[in-house]
Design a protein around this ligand. Structure first.
Ligand code: FAD
Length: 517
């Protein structure tokens, strides 16, 4: 108890209440965890950083942080908590890089497992016919890229930002401009090692323990902790041609995006974003696009008009430059962008994939990285994207935006419906990501209150107008909302939970299940 009260004095926004303290169960204190025989160790004192995430909106303090040195440390800890049964309130959250935005990797009074501590000595690359890399679940994608490039290889499917862990993105989906071709990251994994909610260590793949494999992929951390992943690789190009063009007409923009993703010999990466009457730094933070940044083209920002930027890359090696120029020209000739707005740059493959980190460095230097991030990520069926855009860009977000708004289509057929990921019913759907930053003390349009209200308006519009939207990186607080999110897949999700984490020990920060006590 003294340990808990010590933390209660750490700050004003702490989550423990008097009733927590009165309810305190000695089984849930540090002494029980101290008895475990581990290669790594628990920290009980410096737990505050595990009560923080990129969203900067939620703050739940754990009892302890486990810094595992082996998979058996994770298994021993979970087994111990599992064996205490409902007598203990303790729950466990794996924390990757803590880049969730709504407390998904936090736990109130339980154990946070710092996955980045789990270094695997056996990080290995296999360069055979189907090359792959074996990595720890706590590995950052940027490290995987650097390592695999040494062999002339790289993963096929990415997120826009690489300072995220394998376990963190595979628990969601992992989507970027390559997903139209390769599917999300969860479609590019051959095998996993998982510690279940009972503390069992299980290898799984399409062929072995397939139900667990597919449960965990996109499973929001509910069924097990990913301790190792075997990621598919492909030959890596050295360079990319990085292209942006602008549209003033949403229909032409989406027609061109859909045309490009349906075309076999197309670009290698296809995304897009919306430019809403702003040219400030926060709006441009993803666009370290030198030497010419299209968003700086103020002459197109006339009369507050909303513009749409199509962003593409074509990969190449230096000896293929001429042929690739020809291919790019041919592809661009099929598009209906505003002709004078073509911006083209050449960068290394590494610099392109790590582009958001460049923006992070800039924002950090201005104190603008560690601000609240009330993000909203939606998946919108193709047949509803125009109705959605008309209302959202025509009415709800007309004169201001507080960060990038991404919009690009992907194909459902590249997603495996055996995984836990929830997506719209149609073959083509759009990822629409409102990546807002809020100014901590502002009560104006860049304040958290205003941005959350706008998010709510967008969600309400989708609901009222039966848009068939699914949230990506979903955040709900009631069982009913989660059930509606999963729809017909809810039964399967619950069955999987009962099989792999029957006491609901894992990832309580997702707020889907509560430990039975
Ligand atoms: P955490 O936030 O630490 O954890 C997320 C969830 O996964 C938690 O519930 C946690 O308990 C669970 N978890 C973590 N590790 C494991 C594990 N090993 N096993 C089981 N469960 C685990 N997403 C995209 O798809 N595409 C993007 O382009 C993209 N860009 C982003 C850019 C930025 C700047 C940021 C901050 C996020 C972005 N995301 C993107 C979202 C990101 O993929 C998710 O938030 C992801 O969960 C973050 O990874 P993390 O390692 O920080 O996970």
């Amino acid at each position: 108890l003294s340990c808990m009260t010590a933390r209660i004095n750490l700050g004003s926004k702490l989550p423990y209440t008097n009733s927590d303290i009165l309810d305190f169960n000695p089984l849930d204190g540090p002494s029980t965890l101290r008895t475990l025989n581990l290669h790594g160790h628990f920290s009980f004192d410096d737990v505050h950083h595990a009560a923080k995430d990129f969203g900067n909106q939620y703050q739940y303090y754990p009892l302890a942080i486990l810094r595992p040195k082996s998979v058996s440390d994770i298994s021993t800890t979970i087994k111990h908590i599992f064996q205490m049964g409902p007598a203990s309130k303790l729950t466990v959250a794996a924390r990757g890089h803590g880049h969730s935005t709504q407390g998904q990797a936090q736990v109130h009074g339980g154990v946070v497992i710092s996955m980045e501590s789990l270094q695997r000595p056996d990080i290995q690359i296999y360069t055979e016919k189907l090359p792959y890399i074996d990595v720890s679940g706590g590995e950052l994608w940027i490290n995987i890229l650097r390592k695999s490039l040494k062999y002339g290889l790289a993963p096929k499917s990415w997120t826009d930002y690489l300072h995220l862990t394998v376990g963190g993105t595979l628990s969601n989906a992992g989507v970027s401009g390559q997903a139209f071709r390769h599917g999300p990251q969860i479609s590019n994994v051959y095998e996993l090692e998982v510690v279940t909610g009972k503390g069992e260590v299980v290898n799984c793949s399409e062929k072995q323990n397939a139900d667990l494999f597919y449960s965990v992929l996109g499973g929001l951390g509910q069924f097990g902790i990913i301790t190792r992943a075997r990621i598919a690789l492909e030959p890596a190009p050295k360079m990319v041609k990085w292209i942006r063009v602008l549209y003033s007409d949403f229909l032409s923009f989406t027609n061109d995006q859909e045309h490009l993703i349906s075309y076999k010999k197309t670009f290698d990466y296809i995304e897009g974003f919306v430019i809403i009457n702003r040219t400030g730094l926060l709006n441009n933070w993803r666009s370290s696009f030198n030497p010419q940044d299209p968003v700086q083209a103020r002459r197109f920002n006339s009369e507050g008009k909303t513009l749409y930027c199509l962003e593409m890359t074509k990969s190449f090696n230096p000896d293929e430059a001429d042929r690739v120029d020809q291919e790019v020209e041919n592809l661009l000739s099929q598009l209906n962008y505003i002709r004078s707005t073509l911006f083209l740059s050449e960068v290394s493959y590494l610099d392109f994939l790590d582009r958001v980190h460049m923006s992070e460095i800039k924002l950090r230097s201005k104190g603008l990285w560690d601000v609240p991030h009330p993000w909203l990520n939606l998946l919108i069926p193709r047949t509803k994207i125009h109705e959605f855009a008309e209302e959202v860009f025509g009415n709800i977000l007309t004169d201001t935006s507080n960060g990038p708004v991404l919009i690009y289509p992907v194909n459902r057929s590249k997603w495996d419906n055996r995984t836990s990921a929830v997506i719209p019913e149609e073959e083509i759907f759009y990822l629409v990501a409102f990546l807002s930053s809020a100014m901590p003390t502002s009560t104006g349009t860049d304040g958290i209150g205003h941005i959350l209200d706008k998010n709510q308006e967008i969600l309400q519009f989708c609901k009222t107008n039966h848009i068939g939207m699914k949230q990506y990186l979903a955040h709900y607080t009631t069982r009913e909302d989660w059930q509606a999110h999963f729809g017909p897949r809810w039964e399967t999700f619950m069955k999987r939970k009962a099989t792999y984490d029957p006491l609901a020990i894992l990832a309580p920060g997702q707020r889907i299940f509560q430990k039975a006590i």
